[in-house]
Design a binder for this molecule. Structure first.
Ligand SMILES: NC(=O)c1ccc[n+]([C@@H]2O[C@H](COP(=O)([O-])OP(=O)(O)OC[C@H]3O[C@@H](n4cnc5c(N)ncnc54)[C@H](OP(=O)(O)O)[C@@H]3O)[C@@H](O)[C@H]2O)c1
Length: 352
């Protein structure tokens, strides 16, 4: 089914190109319907030639489209939002609210909605294998995105892999597993190749074998719907070579290292979002920032004298299990104390 809207693209880097190319190549999106914006003239010239679409450094043109794919780096969002805010969003021809699809890591829906008023927002978390159309994308929907629009967005990301709808709090662990995961697995592949080189194989052959082993294992797990433990048992014979290697991995703590790596990535992602969610609130000369945990808890963190967001674990004063939506923007010290006292239950919002 063809894409029926003009599509604005703000930021036409690797991720936006990976998403756009299949649409253009299949003819489902006409090249004349794309209005892309980048930061530099050199990029604009190069990309316009490469893709055959309109690319300028004037983002206002992209923002006039009823559907905008936002794909700049997260730190560029404020500059980009200033341009968007200066103009009224175009209304979609089919009467839908204009749509913003953001692939920015660490920028939550509530911030997107605040920065881009008048647009329904979708937060998409694609991963790097999307570049070879073997990706995974998690989608969380902001308010006002109807089912027809959702289907359109799902189809966009389905071109580069599998698509899942997720509640927003699950996007942090999702990102940790799917976006950082390729780096963790690459490290495993490289290390196994190092082992084979140490055992006497030439480096190129060892790398090739490591990649093929990883791809073949994934295909087997998926193709036969095996639990990883079943596959492990299939290739582990009593007192055999694999058992010897596994024993070594268990002694070295491989499982725990990977569990902690995924959790560390999720926590880091959460911290990225912290500054975005509340920033620093000046309260009677003190600074506070708050973070929402993957399991819906808020960690209240003391700030620094300079007012910079504080993410130092030593300065965490307490954590409470409270959804962020119940945390008032201008939290008062008394309310903060109450928040800190909350352990298991939620106080009614009116008490704050
Ligand atoms: N790449 C991935 O695998 C991946 C995976 C998941 C999520 N993401 C997310 O995707 C986003 C983009 O990543 P990327 O790797 O595609 O980045 P990238 O290759 O560095 O591309 C960034 C693009 O933004 C443009 N840009 C910068 N400032 C701008 C401005 N003020 N107005 C308009 N355009 C501007 C740049 O233009 P110039 O070329 O002129 O500088 C460039 O085209 C990030 O937020 C990232 O979190 C990426």
């Amino acid at each position: 089914m063809p894409w029926s809207d003009t599509v604005g693209v703000v930021g036409l880097g690797r991720m936006a190109r990976a998403l756009l190319l299949p649409l253009l190549e299949s003819g489902r999106l006409a090249r004349s319907d794309v209005r892309a914006a980048v930061a530099t003239e050199a990029s604009a010239l190069k990309l316009a030639g490469e893709l055959g679409v309109q690319v300028t450094t004037d983002a206002a043109q992209a923002w006039s489209a009823p559907v905008v794919l936002l794909a700049v780096k997260p730190q560029q969002i404020d500059a980009v939002a200033a341009v968007a805010q200066a103009m009224a969003p175009a209304s979609a021809p089919d009467g839908h609210v204009p749509l913003l699809i953001s692939v920015l890591a660490g920028v939550p829906l509530r911030r997107l909605q605040a920065l881009f008023p008048g647009r329904a927002c979708v937060r998409a978390v694609p991963n790097t294998p999307a570049l070879v159309r073997a990706g995974l994308t998690g989608l969380s929907w902001g308010e006002g995105v109807g089912e027809a629009r959702r289907e359109q967005v799902r189809r966009l990301f389905a071109q580069v892999g599998e698509v899942l709808d997720l509640p927003e709090p699950q996007l942090d662990p999702f990102l940790a597993l799917t976006s950082s995961g390729p780096a963790f697995l690459a490290l495993v592949a490289e290390s196994m190749a190092d082992g084979a080189v140490a055992g006497g194989l030439p480096r190129p052959l060892a790398m090739h074998l490591a990649h093929r082993t990883m791809a073949g294992t994934a295909a087997l797990l998926q193709g036969q719907e095996l639990h990883p433990g079943q596959l492990k048992d299939m290739v582990t014979s009593p007192a055999g070579t694999t058992a010897a290697g596994l024993r070594h991995l268990e002694r070295a703590g491989l499982r725990s290292a990977l569990i902690e790596a995924v959790l560390a990535a999720a926590e880091r992602e959460l911290r990225e979002e912290t500054g975005c969610r509340l920033g620093n609130a000046r309260i009677h000369g003190e600074f506070f920032s708050a973070a929402e945990g993957a399991r819906n808890h808020i960690t209240v963190v003391t700030g620094t004298a300079s007012g910079e967001p504080c993410v130092d674990g030593r300065e965490i004063i307490e954590a409470a299990f409270v959804p962020l939506d119940l945390l008032p923007a201008n939290i008062a010290p008394a309310s903060l104390r109450r928040l800190i006292e909350v352990r298991d239950g939620l106080p009614p919002a009116a008490e704050w």
